[in-house]
Design a protein around this ligand. Structure first.
Ligand code: ZN
Length: 498
């Protein structure tokens, strides 16, 4: 098709012909055609079926998808793209993976409602320039104005609420502070937030007790929202941390998403054999899901307490010593003739990849029926974790094609239909007439991540076309953005069949 072709508005029709359709529901792929009109899916038809009545000869454009998989656009349920969608609205790292919607505000960290020029850690994970939104309504307007390449749906971060409302972060919120935070959260839920996230792992939220958390999650529950949490402890205390998260959600009456579930630290390796049955047991009593990225390294701000002298630590950013970015902490420490902990102090503030997981744990979580895929990519790091550019194609390559632990339909479901249903993104995540036309076309023989720890900003291969709200937005062959058609996506309590 011609990229200069004018958008004919709601009348414009495209057909993705002869692909293998995976509709996002986890049912098996089958050959067929996907018809797009305007920003919606017009029809999903078997090969050779008569075109829909709206399609007349000459008024539609045919895209041959023979040999390709056609699926709903991927939903990245765990991002820190809050500011990136405004700073870099092309969103190339995400669009190029087939991602059409990002969920921002994870781990307790969101732009809303903080207004400052000097964001402290961990808010600084979102860069420094965009802390200017007191309300979700204001953020929403900015998104619609910036028109990023991907759709944006937002969680409100509990740490951000605390930092705005509380005098001291070292104790649980008082009744008045809880009330102040509840008002901001309620206002955000009315403006379309998906729910609240927390990051009680981080010092700024660690003092929050279950009363503070469940009081806020109740506000979310009243609007049909979700509670996502980076639990208090992913190391030795993982079981208690999961139980606390489940109790918080259950007390408040909200569905729970455990963020980037992992068993971190050498002494904890292998314990997904314990945590996954626990999560399954809890999930029989209350709605619980989790997200996961397919790598053995985590990444966050530089933290001395994670420097144990055993695991490898790769520096992804350092304000004090930018020349050390991309090098391993143990090499930096050796170069400077000091301990790794001392080197960590000297590099502050900054970020790092921590090789804190074992492959078999990651594999179990990725393959688990309650997990969804979320990149957790950090777009503001100078030398980011490769998950920013490669998480989704990596799941398809590693878990479907190479290891065979996930059938293709199941892998796609974890990136689409399940994600939309768990987070309340109505009208997305499935190939179904009337749904928004967010679609990815990929080559099942070629799809593969190329981003590595050494070279993290690499395009994946095999992602051929990405459609956002009915607009062809990324063309794999040219590695090029063709349009920016993303929107703010509000919470929808519409039930989407799984
Ligand atoms: Zn997190």
């Amino acid at each position: 098709m011609s990229l200069t072709q004018a958008d004919g508005g709601s009348g414009r029709i495209d057909v993705l012909r002869n692909g293998v359709l995976h509709d996002g529901s986890a049912s098996d792929g089958k050959p067929g055609d996907v018809w797009i009109q305007g920003d919606k899916l017009l029809a999903v038809l078997p090969p050779g079926a008569a075109p829909p009545a709206q399609a007349e000869p000459g008024n539609f454009t045919v895209h041959d998808c023979a040999g390709m998989v056609v699926a709903p656009g991927f939903i990245d349920v765990h991002t820190h793209d809050d500011a990136a969608v405004l700073d870099h609205p092309d969103m190339l790292p995400k669009l190029s993976q087939g991602i059409t919607t990002v969920i921002t505000g994870n781990c307790g960290i969101s732009l809303v409602p903080i207004v400052t020029d000097e964001p402290a850690a961990p808010l600084s994970l979102l860069g420094r320039r965009q802390f200017r939104f007191e309300s979700l309504a204001a953020y929403r307007r900015a998104i619609d104005q910036a028109r990023p390449g991907v759709n944006v749906a937002a969680l409100i971060g509990h740490t951000a609420l605390r930092m705005q409302a509380m005098a001291s972060l070292d104790s649980p919120a008082s009744a008045a502070e809880t009330q102040a935070m509840s008002r901001v959260l309620d206002d955000a839920m009315r403006a379309g937030a998906l729910g609240m996230s927390s990051g009680v792992f981080y010092r700024q939220a660690y003092a929050a007790d279950i009363h503070e958390l469940s009081s806020l999650v109740k506000v979310v529950a009243a609007h049909g929202g979700v509670y996502a949490t980076h639990v208090r402890d992913e190391l030795r205390g993982i079981v208690q941390a999961i139980e606390e998260a489940a109790l918080t959600a259950r007390t408040a009456g909200a569905p729970l998403v455990l963020s980037h579930h992992k068993c971190a630290g050498p002494e904890n390796w292998g314990r997904t054999a314990e945590t996954l049955p626990l999560i399954e047991r809890l999930a029989r009593e209350q709605p619980i899901a989790m997200d996961v990225y397919p790598y053995t390294a985590g990444s966050t701000v530089l933290r001395e307490d994670l420097v144990d002298g055993v695991i490898d630590i790769l520096i992804t950013g350092s304000e004090a010593h930018p020349e050390m970015v991309g090098r391993y902490l143990k090499d930096i420490a050796a170069l400077w003739g000091i301990s790794q902990k001392q080197a960590c102090q000297r590099l502050q503030p900054g970020g790092a990849c921590y090789f804190q997981m074992r492959q078999d744990d990651v594999d179990r979580v990725v393959a688990h029926p309650l997990s969804m895929i979320g990149s957790d990519g950090l777009p503001h790091d100078r030398h980011p974790h490769p998950r920013l550019w490669g998480a989704f194609p990596r799941v398809l390559d590693q878990y479907w094609r190479i290891k065979g632990t996930l059938p293709l339909a199941q892998a796609i479901h974890k990136m689409t239909g399940m994600s939309a249903r768990r987070f309340g993104l109505g009208g997305r995540g499935l190939l179904k007439p009337g749904y928004f036309a967010d679609v990815v076309v990929f080559d099942p023989d070629k799809v593969r991540d190329l981003a590595t720890y050494a070279e993290p900003a690499q395009f994946s291969q095999g992602i051929e076309q990405v459609w956002v709200n009915g607009r062809l937005s990324f063309i794999g062959r040219d590695k090029a953005i063709a349009a920016r058609a993303g929107r703010f996506v509000e919470r929808s309590n519409m039930k989407v069949a799984s």
